[in-house]
Design a protein around this ligand. Structure first.
Ligand SMILES: Cc1cc2nc3c(=O)[nH]c(=O)nc-3n(C[C@H](O)[C@H](O)[C@H](O)COP(=O)(O)OP(=O)(O)OC[C@H]3O[C@@H](n4cnc5c(N)ncnc54)[C@H](O)[C@@H]3O)c2cc1C
Length: 783
């Protein structure tokens, strides 16, 4: 099938007929065509001749279309801003063309996966010069999805906008030879760029570094880290401590870990022969100003970095890119910290919502949605996988021999000072337990897999008294010492889906957290509007006892003491501690969120927020259980080794009393606090009533609250409709069915969202049991 595409580029470029063709016999080739003649018409031919010279067997019929297609394919990384400086108009293609080919190369699939602006610009140039494709090399089998994707990739307005806004940049990508204040470690100085490291402190599978060195052929790299490019701080929580704090790394366990990780990364760069990491304090300047100053010092006109997705980061990045572009700096933003780009997933879910206006789609989507409510893991996994190409999963080999780190003398002193700021006592204590760095992270990953971690995970991931049952990679992922792709690939190579299916989904949870934060960006705000105005009944004294590990419940206390000592806890223990705070003590979830943010070495705004929102029942996927601080303790610590380790004052108790010391016949000599809550059952009922009342109150005042079956409704950012959220059974019953939707509310909720709700009440035995199975699976996944 010959697929042709018509591109009408809004009054900007004429019509082009575009035919894909196939290249399957050429290895990677890079051709710099900056010296090609600039007159229109001959440039492409000049390029073509160059390629012909290098690859005589290149079929002549492959010609210009192949060339323009290849440019689409020139980047194996996801980037919206990956392009070479091509002046506009007229286009002068000072470009690097890379032919990526392999025996299984399919131009169509590749094409639909990549939509780099560089490719668009070249295509635009072809269009403008009026060259036509011979179009004789269509693959014998066309990819089914080609047409759909092509429509997206070549959307005329997007293309025109892209060309107009992005391509009018500096014409020269050759940086001047560095001189002032700059010492190079190579004899022949060449092209210089700045690679801005963020939470990607690694050489391996680092898309920004890879793009700079392997694709754009910069051979001198200024490695830079900006302290204070930090959007991790919750709006009103750490502002006071961190801003008044002179020591940039002293305020949270994560920043203490990060400092060591930076030191290690700097050492690694030096070992490769060159300068270490430049660390600059942002202070009152904008990130763009800092980057510009570093570019000026290095005589560089290009900056590469990986996007961050936390609270406010996307906006900050946009501002930085715009400011640098105005000053003639070429910015390349890549994606390396997640498996899936939240923006793509958001677009896919908007498309999904739009599509469901067709009846057939609604039915189809209802079928798929069975027990996969909006925003839950199953739903997210399906959406993420359908919105991102599988080629995305190939890790990038570190280009360590292709560049040298360039040193800027003027930044040396500042970098050393920041990197070696002495830790405070608490930080020193926490860091006894960790050895940050890319190489130790890789070793930890290998050891976890080689030592049977996968099967241990499936069997015993909830056991707090065992070592090696969980990966302990969270802080590595948080600082980017390992990329999620590297971890996922290593797991998959070890057959994780078969041996540890729960572990195989863990990194999707991570991405889901970022997706949720991208949509509901204020980490302190409940996603369910029903619970916005709650006054929580717990007291400050109770909160303090929880933080200090003095609640009188051994497992909760052991968990909180482990956290304070080491900066880490396993997932089950975190859940028991969190559940105790909100479900038993009735203390506001913000207290837990803040404390974890302060004390965890892996503190991650996205994950921490998602988990605390869920624990408090105000998130997308509220926990379908409340953990018991006694019976669940016995489950996670059956040998008692965990409690004995962290609460030495209970070490002598026999196992039967270890998790409930109040049952011991005598408390004499027991230097351990009394329980702060004695009647767990009524404490739990009080909290259930608290949530029930909040729902009823909100329902009475709000036009859109829940659907006719009591499921909470929430407006999905970026779409025009409400969606149904998974809602705990006791809360579904809080609002009687008949009132679940008054006539007024029934009208205000779109028919679409009602239709998407879960199945009608008349359940068959089989549907009941499959729902139960789904809920059990969800519970198993979390606990
Ligand atoms: C209240 C609460 C707060 C939490 N706060 C954080 C946090 O700030 N930072 C953080 O990294 N994790 C957080 N988690 C999730 C989880 O507890 C940790 O990721 C996990 O315990 C880290 O240990 P591990 O590396 O051995 O994980 P493993 O169980 O071995 O899992 C491997 C990786 O998968 C990811 N992962 C695992 N569980 C989750 C999850 N539920 N959500 C998202 N990603 C997950 C992590 O990156 C983890 O390193 C929190 C959990 C709870 C209950």
């Amino acid at each position: 099938m010959v697929a042709s595409i018509l591109l009408i580029l809004d009054g900007f470029l004429p019509l082009i007929f575009f035919r894909p063709c196939r290249l399957d016999s050429y290895s990677a080739e890079v051709t710099d065509c900056s010296d090609a003649p600039a007159s229109s018409g001959s440039v492409m031919n000049g390029l073509w001749n160059k390629l012909q010279l290098r690859h005589p067997p290149l079929p002549s019929s492959c010609c210009l279309d192949a060339l323009s297609l290849c440019t689409f394919d020139q980047s194996p990384i996801q980037s919206d801003l990956l392009f070479e400086p091509i002046q506009s108009p007229p286009f002068v293609p000072a470009a690097v063309f890379t032919l990526h080919t392999s025996p299984r190369f399919c131009v169509r699939c590749r094409l639909m996966r990549r939509s780099s602006l560089h490719g668009m610009a070249i295509l635009g140039w072809v269009a403008q010069t009026g060259l036509r494709s011979p179009g004789s090399l269509c693959p014998p089998k066309c990819c089914d999805r080609t047409r759909r994707y092509r429509r997206t990739a070549f959307a005329p307005t997007r293309f025109a906008r892209a060309l107009q806004t992005r391509v009018s940049l500096s014409p020269s990508r050759e940086a001047a030879v560095p001189t002032d204040g700059v010492a190079t470690s190579v004899a022949a100085p060449k092209k210089v760029c700045v690679v801005w490291f963020r939470r990607d402190l690694r050489l391996d599978d680092n898309p920004a570094l890879y793009a700079a060195v392997a694709e754009h052929k910069y051979d001198l790299v200024v490695p830079l880290f900006i302290v204070g490019d930090d959007q991790d701080e919750l709006p009103d929580v750490f502002a006071a401590t961190s801003r008044s704090c002179r020591d940039p790394f002293a305020h949270t366990a994560h920043s203490v870990y990060l400092q060591s990780s930076l030191q290690s990364f700097s050492r690694r760069l030096k070992e490769l022969g060159g300068a270490g990491l430049h660390v600059v304090q942002r202070g009152d300047q904008t990130v763009a100003a800092v980057l510009k100053a570093v570019c000026d010092s290095a005589k560089s006109t290009a900056v590469f970095f990986n996007a961050r997705y936390e609270h406010g980061c996307a906006q900050q990045d946009e501002r930085t890119i715009a400011a640098l572009s105005r000053q003639g700096i070429i910015v390349h933003r890549c994606m390396g910290d997640l498996l899936f780009d939240p923006a793509r997933i958001a677009t896919a879910q908007q498309r999904q919502t739009r599509r469901t206006t067709h009846q057939q789609d609604i039915e189809e989507s209802d079928k798929n949605r069975k027990f996969a409510h909006w925003g839950t893991l199953t739903w997210f996994k399906r959406l993420a996988e359908s919105s991102t190409p599988s080629s995305h999963h190939a890790a990038l080999v570190p280009p360590i021999h292709s560049f040298s780190a360039l040193e800027i003398h003027t930044l040396k002193e500042q970098s050393e000072r920041i990197l070696h700021t002495p830790l405070r006592r608490w930080g020193t204590k926490v860091m006894q337990y960790w050895e940050p760095g890319e190489q130790t992270a890789q070793k930890a990953l290998r050891e976890f897999i080689d030592n049977g971690g996968l099967s241990a995970y499936e069997r015993s991931k909830s056991r707090a008294d065992m070592t090696g049952a969980v990966s302990k990679l969270s802080m590595r992922l948080r600082c980017g010492e390992l990329s999620p792709r590297t971890v996922q690939n290593a797991f998959e190579k070890a057959n994780v889906r078969h041996r540890a299916p729960i572990l195989s989904r863990r990194l999707y949870w991570r991405d889901l957290a970022y997706f949720q934060l991208a949509l509901f960006s204020d980490p302190l705000e409940p996603i369910r509007p029903q619970y916005r105005e709650q006054t929580w009944p717990g007291t400050k004294e109770q909160a303090d006892a929880w933080i200090r590990g003095q609640t009188g419940y051994p497992l909760v206390d052991a968990a909180m003491r482990e956290l304070w000592e080491t900066g880490w806890m396993s997932q089950n223990v975190r859940m028991i501690a969190a559940s105790f705070l909100v479900h038993i003590l009735g203390v506001h979830w913000h207290v837990g969120l803040r404390h974890f943010h302060n004390a965890l070495v892996d503190a991650d705004v996205a994950i921490n927020t998602m988990m605390w929102r869920n624990a408090a029942g105000v998130g997308v996927d509220s926990w379908n259980f409340s953990l018991d601080p006694v019976s669940d303790s016995r489950f996670v610590d059956p040998t008692g080794a965990y409690v004995r380790r962290w609460i030495p004052e209970l070490a002598h108790l026999p196992n039967e009393h270890l998790h409930a010391p109040w049952l011991a016949s005598s408390r004499e000599g027991l230097n351990y606090p009394e329980r702060i809550v004695t009647d767990l059952k009524s404490a739990r009922e009080r909290m259930m009533d608290f949530f029930r009342q909040a729902k009823i109150r909100h329902h009475a005042t709000s036009s859109v609250s829940c659907n006719e079956r009591g499921y909470d409704l929430v407006r999905v950012p970026g779409t025009k409709s409400e969606t149904v959220l998974f809602t705990l059974p006791f809360l579904r019953k809080a609002v009687p069915k008949a009132q679940g939707m008054t006539e007024a509310t029934a009208q205000s909720v779109s028919s679409k969202s009602r239709k998407h709700g879960p199945k009608k009440p008349s359940k068959t035995a089989s549907s009941r049991s499959s729902e139960k199975r789904a809920l059990t699976r969800q519970l198993r996944d979390l606990s």
